[in-house]
Design a protein around this ligand. Structure first.
Ligand code: SF4
Length: 413
């Protein structure tokens, strides 16, 4: 199931470090190799790491479920109206799980009201104060993100675990390189990948000692290499589902690139059950970028996939402008449809032919392809309208036939 590691240095500091609970950390013994499905196994035979399933509301994470997309509100949770409005926008964009911060009692009260008014699977993000976790569980959230090692006392951990068990909700152990325990920083000489894994295992062990296994784990650093190393190590240690993310990755552009590289590496190795792209931007952008990452690996197929040439000295139509306009006008489409926008007759017909709908630029006119067949020429001024209308018609057919006809996908978003 797992690719062998080539970087032996990943393991060198671990043996000297005492394990969670004092004993040696067992290596999880993976079951015989098992391929779990990705969207198009013929085109990309990606094998996913097998993980235990957990449920966040109606969304299954791990256990072979499609990689779930999540984001986090950047509103104040006590501002119920603003938070609900943002949750609505996130859901519209395809966000499947929404996390909200609960830093104080006022936010916990807001959460109670939010819970009543949205069906979105909600994760309460809590640090240090176990009472807030109890309030969030009582409010009816679908998951708690809290690190049991940080809530100061075995009794408190037991209370939180009991509340999660009572309500059947999972706990995400969320390790962040920026807030590792001091004794681990000392032992490992900094916030290394091994220190992050050790921290995660210690938190997990606290839950396991109380018979709690409804757990998922994240191990986030703001740089790609350390994050990738940490997840690879953890993937070999436990069977719990993994929530992937590069934390504080940056602005829309830089953060998207870092997240795409980091998450792309891990997902392509079959690691990862849910993802959050952290951006210093509107969280709706996080959802869009997440789907682009998943679409590019054929793990999910939600929405229009636009193939566009970079254009060059042969270009016959304004590819840049047309591509942006088409993407914008088709942002509401959820059907998996590929649209090709190609500048000329060199590579144009080839790409356009492979798409559901394609256009290849010619002199003042463009050649339109549908499902591999030439459909005819349209005037330059009509290209965008024509593409949008045709995609909308295909999307309607896709919905009508339950995803069997219309787009190029497998019928799942
Ligand atoms: S499709 Fe034509 S215009 Fe676009 S990059 Fe290729 S050769 Fe240039």
């Amino acid at each position: 199931m797992f690719e062998p590691f080539t970087d032996q240095s990943l393991f060198v500091s671990s043996p000297s470090a005492p394990a969670a609970g004092g004993g040696a950390l067992p290596l999880w013994n993976p079951p015989p190799e098992e391929a779990l499905p990705c969207a198009d196994p013929h085109l990309f035979p990606l094998k996913r790491r097998r993980s235990l399933p957990v449920r966040v509301g109606a969304v299954k994470i791990g256990g072979g479920a499609p990689v779930a997309v999540q984001s986090m509100c950047n509103t104040y949770t006590w501002d119920v109206e603003a938070t609900l409005a943002q949750i609505g926008r996130l859901q519209e964009a395809g966000c499947e799980i929404v996390r909200v911060a609960v830093p104080d009692e006022r936010s916990a009260q807001g959460l109670k009201e939010i819970r009543k008014r949205t069906d979105a699977p909600l994760v309460a993000d809590i640090h240090f104060d176990h009472r807030l976790a109890l309030l969030a569980a009582e409010a009816g959230v679908d998951c708690l993100r809290i690190n049991p090692g940080n809530i100061n006392g075995e009794e408190r951990v037991s209370e939180v675990v009991a509340a999660a068990k009572d309500r059947g909700i999972p706990i995400r152990v969320g390790v962040n390189a920026g807030s590792l325990e001091k004794h681990l920083l000392d032992r490992f000489g900094g916030a290394t990948a091994e220190a992050m894994v050790e921290s995660g295992l210690r938190h997990v062990a606290m839950l396991e000692r109380r018979g709690f296994y409804d757990t998922k784990i994240s191990l986030k650093a703001s740089d790609v290499t350390r994050t990738v190393q940490a997840y690879r190590l953890m993937a070999r240690r436990v069977e719990y589902p993994l929530h992937l993310g590069i934390t504080e990755s940056g602005s829309l552009q830089t953060g998207s690139v870092k997240s795409s590289v980091g998450l792309g590496i891990l997902l392509s190795e079959g690691i990862g059950d849910t993802i959050r792209v952290s951006l210093a931007a509107d969280p709706v952008e996080e959802v869009r970028v997440a789907y682009e990452i998943l679409k590019s690996l054929r793990l999910r197929q939600r929405g229009v996939n636009v193939v566009a040439c970079p254009s060059c000295g042969r270009v016959q139509i304004d590819v840049d402008k047309l591509t942006l306009e088409v993407e914008k006008e088709l942002a509401h489409i959820t059907a998996p449809i590929t649209v090709a926008v190609m500048g000329c007759e060199v590579n144009g017909p080839g790409e356009a032919r492979e798409a559901d709908i394609g256009v290849a630029g010619g002199h003042k006119r463009a050649l339109i392809f549908m499902k591999g067949e030439k459909k005819g020429l349209v005037d330059y001024a009509q290209i965008k309208r024509h593409l949008v209308e045709q995609v909308e018609a295909l999307a309607a057919e896709w919905s009508r036939t339950g995803g069997r006809r219309g787009g190029n996908g497998e019928g799942r978003s």
